[in-house]
Ligand binder design. Sequence first.
Ligand SMILES: Nc1ncnc2c1ncn2[C@@H]1O[C@H](COP(=O)(O)OP(=O)(O)OP(=O)(O)O)[C@@H](O)[C@H]1O
Ligand SMILES: [Mg+2]
Length: 442
Amino acid sequence: MKKKTIVLLIILTSLSLTGVILIQLYWVRNGLELQEEQFDNKVKVTLKSVVNRMFDERDTLPADPSACGEHCDRRTLQILSAINPSRLDSLMHEEFGGMEISREYAWGVYNPVSRMVYAGDKGRYKSSLLTTNHCVSLSCLYRSEQLMLGVYFPGEKGVLWRRIFPWLILSFFLLAVMISAFTYMIFSFLKQKKLSEMKTDFVNNMTHEFKTPISTISLASEMLLNPKVHESAERTRRYAHIIFDENLRLKHQVEQVLQIAVLDKGEFRLRKKRFDAHESILSCLKSFELTVRDQGGFLNFKPEAILHHLYADENHFKNMVNNLLDNAAKYSRSYPEIQVVTRNNNGMFVVEVHDKGVGISPENQKHIFRKLYRVPTGNVHDVKGFGLGLYYVMTMAEAHKGFVKVSSEPRRGSIFEIHLPMEAQTELTNKFDDPENQDIAG
Ligand SMILES: Nc1ncnc2c1ncn2[C@@H]1O[C@H](COP(=O)(O)OP(=O)(O)OP(=O)(O)O)[C@@H](O)[C@H]1O
Ligand SMILES: [Mg+2]
């Protein structure tokens, strides 16, 4: 899929998700308003029923002057005799007591213009009562002044929210699942895309790497088929040599590729024996020195490890070192400047390969040990490789119960370290051990 299409898909899906979230929020708000409206109506009906009952009983109720308090004027006394606060209180309790919301409520008889409260709650909730929208007129009980009966519920909002809370949680949970699934999908899609790009690069690389020896072999054999060439033994030998060398190169490349499957399945066997790691490194360096000299560089060895005998697979050990040396030379800037240092650290034997090459950015350092990974270089493919070397080094170090490390700075160079356990720490029960080949020399 093209990058543009992916970006478009991501944008569209993100927009739809945002839309769904906004609609969800809109419905939550709507739901809350609806609940409020329903509650409002219910309270109004109940208040009206209280007033109606008071109206029905108005002639039978005795006056209650005690409700007037100490500073009682004539008008207040008149109002209180008309509305009888103690009866009003018991009626309010009867009507509102059964409602879930009314565990705590305050009621009051007041004049909304003069803001005078004549009966009911005159304390804590007085100001809330004066502004409450749960109120009805008391004109049927007292005509000389505009009086209202209002009720205020301190826990109203909380109860309404609690009613829609389970739905809210459920919808947010479903949204969270949707967003996580979407993010996971995008990430795995990008990962798959990267993997497929890496595989395509690998196939292109492989084709290119195989093409060169094949065409050289084809040319040399064509020459050998020419009868004139046979007249000179020297020329025949030279062409045969070319075929032999190129064939070896091809074999080495095929083996390198086939190694991935073996590494992946963990089907390789470690033929462990005791050997001097310094000697093995020296033999790697000797065969590598020529290549480095050819490129005008230098190779330096600082064997600082006091304990340098390993119980490991020497062949794999040499391959690991060779891979690091190969990289140090391949990724140099002009000519290779390589230094190999050994040391002992925490019961481990450490080989360090220092170079002053192109270096690796911190972001790429995280990926270079992955199979087939090569640091992207845009369209420039001047350095050939399969992206398998470091994967091999890491897999082998881990099979030996060791590990690999890299520290690098772009344009400054890199240090690759292989840490392997010393002889004493190496367990013979390693799952990669081949018991038939344990040959402990010395
Ligand atoms: N010493 C180094 N300096 C700079 N970059 C390096 C160095 N070693 C490895 N790299 C980067 O890490 C990537 C992975 O290295 P690795 O050895 O696994 O693969 P390769 O060298 O590309 O191919 P192969 O080793 O399979 O022939 C390389 O493509 C390169 O970009
Ligand atoms: Mg390599």
